[in-house]
Design a protein around this ligand. Sequence first.
Ligand code: UT7
Length: 330
Amino acid sequence: MSLQKAAITGIGTYVPDDKLTNADLEKMVDTNDEWIVSRTGIKERRILPKGLGLSYMGEHAVKQLLEKTNTDPLDIDLIICATITGDYRFPDTANQIAMKVGANNAYGFELGAACSGFLYALQTGSKFIESGTHKKVIVIGGDVMSSIINYEDRSTCVIFGDGLGAVLLEPSPDEDGIHNAIMKADGSGVDFLFMKAGGSKNPIDAELLVAKEHLVFQNGGPVFKRAVQGMSSTVKDVLALNGLTRDDINWVVPHQANIRIIQTVASMLDFPMERVMVNIEKFGNTTAGTLPLALNDYESKLKKGDKVILTAFGGGFTWGSLYLTWAYDS
Ligand code: UT7
């Protein structure tokens, strides 16, 4: 007996109003618009005002999602929030969002996995639906990267921004929905992309603060190469797992970290860029937010039954690809 599939039945998003443009960054670090656009594809990012936190974006996106899908918040069973920038180290931001939207019957939890967070959370959420124990699961991906970026480090600060998206998962009435995924991790990648201080290994002290080791460090070159390799190989694996070729796929939805990574992955797969979702120019790399923000921007083009592959790579290292067939016409 095949399990009931989990289908995405709606999307809600939130990005802050404040924009950080390449011209703004030129005044902050030694960089220029030409370098940023040609090396990353990014023109601007959104920045959340201090004091609001991830739950503010989550509240707005989930309220929009509930309205769009005509869902009573009291019917939500579970909220999974993929993020590395929750409101607090504890308690959990998923439950803050549940409280703010009136999802009083839901429980929730945060999930790390950095830029692969939404993909990991989508795979996790789908299992709660497939098992039959949960009927309405909200999967959120988003980050307030401006809260952990070193705005003196030109190679890192130009790529990140703030934003969040949320999807509703429900049991599919037919065969459309999330089919399967191939998820990977390699903990030996830790030193290439991480925050050294602030966890239990190196609690923040004055020395670490002065050295700005409570902020994101990235050695971009090796991360770039591993991202290209990880995303292209798992897309190929997920195609093979489902007996599909690239010509069968309507859309690839890649993590938006660098347009050159996206273009290289597409070229390695011999996949036309016209069928690759790209919105990096508007938001930069919002870490766990990129996939739902891209899906939202292309929602009007998605048709029921479209074959879609989501793929991501992030700190950890974590990466993977997920295959779904789109469940509704917008
Ligand atoms: O999202 C999760 C995973 N993260 C990623 O996938 C990010 C992967 N990495 C990248 O996207 C790229 O490595 C970066 C965008 C972070 C950096 O681009 P790059 O092409 O790898 O640059 P680079 O670090 O190799 O630096 C090339 C040159 C250097 O100058 P020299 O040594 O050749 O004189 C840098 O100092 O570009 C310089 N540079 C800059 N110049 C102007 C680095 N950042 C900047 C900048 N503006 N913002």
